[in-house]
Design a binder for this molecule. Structure first.
Ligand SMILES: [Zn+2]
Length: 320
C-alpha cells in the first residue's frame, strides 16, 4: 500500500521514483498556517515532502473557515499550527511534522535554519521582509505568496537573484480583514506556490518572475523582476534580521485584536491567580482567560477596542 501512495505523482516524467525519493529527504518550512498555509501544507503533505515545519502565531476563528481548508468548527479557539499538525498527520503519517505556535521574529527565526525551502504564507510585509533578510543572508530559496480580494501573486526568490526588497517597499497595505478575499483565489495561489516549490526542491530551473493571477476576471500575467542596485538586503544590510525595524511591544494583528510581546509565564501559577476572578482554560500551549489568549512563548493576543485598552488589560491580569 505504501508504494501506491505516490504512484500517480511518480508517473510524471519530471518527478519519477527518483524525484519522489528526493522529496522525501527535503525539509520545507511554512510560515503562516492560514488561507495560503493550510492549502500549501496539505498539498506538500500529500506530495510526500519528508519534513515540514509549521509556524503560526494565531488561533482558529469562525471567519477563517471560509478559506482555511484544514480547519473545522470543532477547532475554533485552538492553535492553528497544532491543529494543522494533527490533521496533516492523519493525511500522511509517514512524514516528520513540527509545529511552532510563535510569532516569527528576529530572535526565533533560527527555527528556519534547517529548511531547504521556505514558503511565505503570511499576511504581512514585515514578516516577509524578515524572511527575505534571513534567506538572503543564508543563501536559502523562498517563495513569496500573497492573496487579496479576487487575486494574488507568487514569486520564487532564489539565492543570488532579485529579492522582495528589490521591488516592494513597505507601506501600510489593506489586509484581508478590511478588503475580503475569495477562497478560490487563496487556493489557486497556494497551488501555484506548491508547483514552484516542487520544482525548486527537485532542482529544476525556475525564473525570478512574478506571477499575478486574478481568478474573477480571470487574468494571468507574468512580470520579469530584476535586481535593484539600491536594494538594502542585496547589499548585505539586513535591517529586519538585525531588529532595526521592530521595537514596538504591541502591534495590531487583525480586526479588534492586538498582540503584546512578553516573557514566558508560569501557566499554573497564573491559573491559580485568575480562576478566582473567572474561568481559565488551559490546553497544551494556550492559556485562555476572558479576552486574553496567552501563548507559551510569552505573547498575548488580546481582543480590545484600542492599543491602550489591550495594554491595560495585559498589565492588570497577566503582568501583576
Ligand atoms: Zn534585493
Amino acid at each position: 500500500m505504501l508504494n501506491d501512495r505516490y504512484s500517480r505523482q511518480e508517473l510524471l516524467t519530471d518527478i519519477g521514483k527518483e524525484g519522489q525519493l528526493i522529496l522525501k529527504n527535503k525539509t520545507v518550512a511554512i510560515v503562516g498556517i492560514g488561507a495560503l498555509g493550510t492549502v500549501s501544507s496539505e498539498l506538500l503533505t500529500r506530495a510526500g515532502i519528508g519534513n515540514l515545519i509549521l509556524i503560526d502565531r494565531d488561533v482558529i476563528e469562525l471567519s477563517n473557515l471560509q478559506r482555511q481548508n484544514l480547519f473545522t468548527e470543532n477547532d475554533l479557539g485552538k492553535s492553528k499550527s497544532n491543529v494543522a499538525k494533527i490533521r496533516l498527520t492523519q493525511i500522511n503519517s509517514t512524514l516528520n511534522l513540527t509545529s511552532y505556535s510563535i510569532h516569527l521574529n528576529s530572535k526565533n527565526i533560527s527555527v528556519l535554519k534547517n529548511a531547504d525551502l521556505i514558503l511565505d504564507c503570511t499576511d504581512n510585509l514585515s514578516t516577509r521582509f524578515l524572511i527575505n533578510d534571513f534567506c538572503k543572508k543564508n543563501n536559502l530559496p523562498w517563495i513569496y505568496a500573497a492573496a487579496i480580494k479576487t487575486s494574488g501573486q507568487v514569486m520564487p526568490i532564489l539565492p543570488g537573484g532579485p529579492c522582495l526588497s528589490c521591488f516592494v517597499k513597505e507601506t501600510p497595505t489593506e489586509s484581508c480583514n478590511t478588503a475580503g478575499v475569495l477562497n478560490s483565489a487563496t487556493s489557486s495561489i497556494s497551488a501555484l506556490q506548491v508547483s514552484l516549490a516542487l520544482k525548486i526542491l527537485l532542482g529544476k530551473e525556475t525564473a525570478p518572475e512574478l506571477y499575478c493571477y486574478d481568478l474573477w476576471k480571470p487574468e494571468f500575467r507574468i512580470l520579469s523582476i530584476s535586481k535593484n542596485k539600491e536594494c538594502l538586503a542585496c547589499n548585505g544590510r539586513y535591517n529586519y534580521l538585525n531588529n532595526l525595524t521592530e521595537s514596538k511591544q504591541i502591534k495590531f494583528c487583525s480586526s479588534g485584536k492586538y498582540q503584546i510581546d512578553g516573557t514566558p509565564k508560569d501557566f499554573i501559577a497564573l491559573k491559580h491567580k485568575l480562576e478566582i476572578i473567572d474561568k481559565v482554560e488551559l490546553d497544551e500551549d494556550l492559556f485562555k482567560f476572558q479576552n486574553i489568549l496567552l501563548f507559551k512563548d510569552g505573547r498575548a493576543i488580546i481582543k480590545a477596542n484600542s492599543e491602550e485598552e489591550a495594554l491595560a488589560c495585559y498589565a492588570k491580569h497577566i503582568e501583576n
